[in-house]
Design a protein around this ligand. Structure first.
Ligand SMILES: Cc1ncc(COP(=O)(O)O)c(C=O)c1O
Length: 396
């Protein structure tokens, strides 16, 4: 490999939610807990991106930027090259992150009291978008088939048929269950939403992180009809570890929906920042080789994790994810309460994955933990070894 993903980096002095000792003390009660949650990577970004940022920093003026043609073109070419999706530069709208775009979509297409369909267990801020804006949840829980999650289409159809259901937020690929939805699955979701007039906000932030041989199907490529019925949220932030640069590409093929979205965002006068702009351009123009090697490394980490768990934590279920760098681990066979499991991880293993309860507050996440494996293998080994020792010491 040309790029070294094995090299540990010290992030404890970085201003990092994941690694700040003070925040770890505050969140977990212990500052020496090994953080294995929060979805950013413990790898440096691609060298081309770092160079672009260093060059921009050397300029020493950091005034207002704008939505530059190079930024848009880099995104257009990336989508074509990586995913075979032909988009136009003027379909791209900027928001400082995908969360903001999803909330904007929610405010555009629903009113207080309306229902928003989401598929639990799921990225936990979705619950907050709905509750904080006075909308109501319409939960379409995924079906866990021996660790592989599938959609419950019959129940989705019932939810979509409710006239109060106005929007579905579809997580594709899915965080945390790691599915890269197939064309057939996506088409069925699309058909149901079209039939019942439910708008789709599709969160494709993990779309570049699909582990071969699986493939990411951009939702808007399914049909021209569906392309006109959705807001697609993409970003280089997960792919190239740029979450701190607040960059995203919100792709809206429909002129009408895009105009409404832009109108809603216009009072904020948001422009991509200097560093986000150059980072995106470099990542999308020069990042292919780095990303391909990252995906190889993540694939190996996922298989290592699976193998380690089978051999050392035989009661824990793990399924190699199809996408993302997040493993959704099932500890239910141990018979611990969610609180006891969490306590064991933090205070005995001294490892902090994400608590499954957050992703499925109605019980779908009880007994699960989400483990971020985008880290050097030595760190992953340390985390898993600590977890296995803690389970053994507890007689589990
Ligand atoms: C599915 C999903 N959507 C959105 C986000 C957040 O995106 P952003 O940081 O661009 O707001 C994350 C971050 O982990 C995510 O996993």
């Amino acid at each position: 490999m040309k790029y070294d993903f094995d090299q540990p980096i010290d992030r404890t002095r970085d201003i990092s939610i994941k690694w700040s000792p003070a925040l770890r003390r505050q969140m977990y009660g212990e500052e020496d807990v090994l953080p294995m949650g929060i979805a950013d990577m413990d790898f440096p970004t691609a060298p081309a991106v770092a160079r672009a940022i260093q060059k921009r920093a050397a300029h020493e003026t950091y005034g207002y930027g704008y939505l530059a043609p190079e930024f848009l073109d880099a995104c257009v070419e990336w989508q074509r090259r990586r995913h075979g999706w032909e988009i136009q530069p003027d379909w791209i709208v900027y928001t400082p992150g995908v969360n903001m775009a999803l909330v904007c979509a929610l405010e555009l297409y629903t009113r207080p009291g309306d229902r928003v369909i989401i598929q639990s267990p799921v990225y936990y801020p979705y619950y907050d978008y709905v509750s904080a804006t006075g909308r109501r949840l319409a939960l379409n829980p995924l079906l866990n088939r021996e660790g592989r999650y599938e959609m419950n289409f019959a129940q989705l159809e019932e939810l979509a048929a409710d006239p109060g259901a106005k929007l579905m937020i579809l997580c594709s690929p899915h965080n945390p269950v790691g599915r890269a939805w197939t064309r057939e699955e996506l088409e069925r979701v699309g058909r149901i939403c079209l039939d019942h007039g439910v708008m789709l906000a599709v969160d494709e932030i993990h779309g570049d992180l699909v582990l071969p041989p699986h493939r990411h199907i951009p939702f808007a490529t399914l049909s021209p009809e569906l392309a006109e019925h959705c807001i697609i949220c993409t970003s280089p932030s997960k792919t190239f570890n740029l979450a701190g640069l607040l960059v995203s590409d919100i792709i809206i093929p429909s002129d009408e929906i895009r105009a409404a979205f832009q109108k809603k965002m216009s009072p904020y006068y948001l422009w991509p920042g200097n560093f986000g702009t150059v980072a995106q351009i470099a990542a999308y123009r020069e990042g292919d080789e780095w990303l391909d090697q990252l995906l190889d490394y993540l694939g190996e980490n996922a298989r290592f994790l699976d193998d380690f768990i089978r051999r050392n934590m035989p009661h824990v279920r793990c399924r190699v994810p199809e996408a993302t760098y997040l493993a959704w681990l099932d500890f239910r066979a141990l018979g611990l309460s969610p609180e006891a499991l969490w306590d064991l991880m933090l205070h005995q293993a001294k490892v902090a994955p994400d608590n499954g309860v957050l992703f499925g507050p109605q019980g779908e996440g009880d007994g699960f933990l989400r483990l971020n494996f985008a880290c050097p293998r030595s760190q992953l080994t340390l985390a898993l070894t600590r977890m296995a020792h803690a389970l053994r010491a507890a007689g589990l």
